[in-house]
Design a protein around this ligand. Structure first.
Ligand SMILES: NC(=O)c1ccc[n+]([C@@H]2O[C@H](COP(=O)([O-])OP(=O)(O)OC[C@H]3O[C@@H](n4cnc5c(N)ncnc54)[C@H](OP(=O)(O)O)[C@@H]3O)[C@@H](O)[C@H]2O)c1
Length: 328
């Protein structure tokens, strides 16, 4: 098969689409012919050498795939050759074939393209894990999400609204804020032109609500603002530190409002935990995926040969929703 190789000895670490050995499904795994993959920030970090694949995982970039089952490993009983599936991988997605543990496979809702299906796993499983399993978001609560137009941000807005919550989103342009609103955000603030702290406070006063949950990918730049906005018993989950990871914390603030700060990563979790997350996500949201009320936002689709352009678009923060790669 062909796969993307990062030429790590060359300047700029170019990505080259070239021949490599096919992966072989072990017991409990299936081989998937990959039709589409999707980009994640993690791919940019891994390419730069800063985020290696976990032990035992493929070192090929790519965490999101969609395609057709082409071979069943020993002991796989619940899948058929030819079935359309998508999955979160620990690595190996930018390739014509990928091996997936059976429990990580999700069916593709009717009418979805492979590109849409590839945009589902990482963004929605991350959103689901952090919003519901870590932050225990409840109906009627208010979520504040930064990077609202990102892959994860768009998924968070959709899931929080589907769970009958209120959403305040921040984003870095008028167009991005517009997308957040179109996805159901009750308030969307372009933080480059408006003071999101003041807008959030006014929204809270007008609606008689506190911010209950913050899912934060920004880190240092938003930390003090986030802390000041969280209401009593608020939960803040850190999923990335795009602006830096060092902050000063007044423990008194945590204690007086009984706040909880939670750090969370998905990729390093055990397979058993990821299978359970996938199962619980499907149990709760499959009806809405099938009905089309939850559907990934596709920013753009690049042929795999143009993966460098796709990475440049994400690195420049231009994408609204997910960038997909067409593999066949
Ligand atoms: N912990 C986990 O389990 C987990 C899992 C998946 C993803 N993640 C992380 O979640 C984040 C979102 O992932 P994604 O794939 O959805 O990314 P994405 O689509 O590339 O979106 C990231 C967005 O963050 C904003 N941003 C970038 N740099 C920033 C900075 N210095 N300060 C403030 N905002 C900045 C930009 O939006 P604006 O233009 O609106 O500012 C950018 O578009 C990534 O950092 C990723 O690594 C974590």
């Amino acid at each position: 098969m062909k796969a993307i190789h990062v030429e790590s000895d060359e300047p700029g670490r170019p990505m080259v689409w070239r021949e490599t050995a096919d992966p072989v499904p072990g017991p409990g795994e299936v081989l998937v012919d990959v039709y589409a993959a999707a980009l994640n920030r993690a791919d940019l970090l891994q390419r730069a050498g800063g985020y290696p694949a976990p032990p035992g995982a493929s070192t090929i970039l790519g965490l999101d795939i969609a395609g057709q089952v082409s071979q069943l490993g020993q002991g796989v009983t619940g899948r058929k050759v030819g079935e359309r599936v998508c999955a979160l991988l620990a690595g190996g997605g930018y390739a014509e074939r990928a091996v997936v543990p059976e429990g990580m496979l999700m069916p593709i809702p009717g009418g979805w393209s492979f590109e849409e299906a590839a945009a589902l796993p990482e963004a929605y499983l991350t959103a689901f894990t952090n919003l519901f399993l870590e932050a225990e978001f409840q109906p009627g609560e208010t979520l504040l999400v930064h990077g609202g137009a990102s892959g994860v941000g768009t998924a968070l807005i959709q899931l929080a609204k589907a769970a009958e919550g209120r959403v305040i989103a921040t984003a870095g342009s008028v167009e991005k804020a517009g997308l957040c609103r179109a996805l159901g955000a009750d308030l969307a603030v372009n933080y480059r032109e408006e003071d999101f702290v003041a807008r959030t406070r006014t929204f809270g006063e007008e609606n008689g609500v506190d911010v209950n949950v913050i899912i934060d990918m920004v880190g240092a730049d938003t930390f003090q603002h986030n802390l000041s906005l969280l209401g009593a018993r608020g939960r803040m989950v850190f999923i990335a530190t795009l602006s830096g990871a060092q902050v000063a914390l007044n423990l008194g603030e945590l204690m007086s409002r009984r706040l909880r700060l939670i750090g969370s990563v998905l990729r390093a979790r055990s397979l058993a935990e990821k299978v359970e997350i996938t199962r619980r996500f499907m149990e709760r949201f499959w009806p809405m995926l099938e009905a089309g009320t939850i559907r990934p936002v596709i920013d753009s689709v690049y042929p795999i040969e143009q993966v460098e352009d796709a990475h440049r678009r994400m690195a420049a923060n231009l994408n609204m929703g997910k960038i997909a790669l067409k593999i066949r």
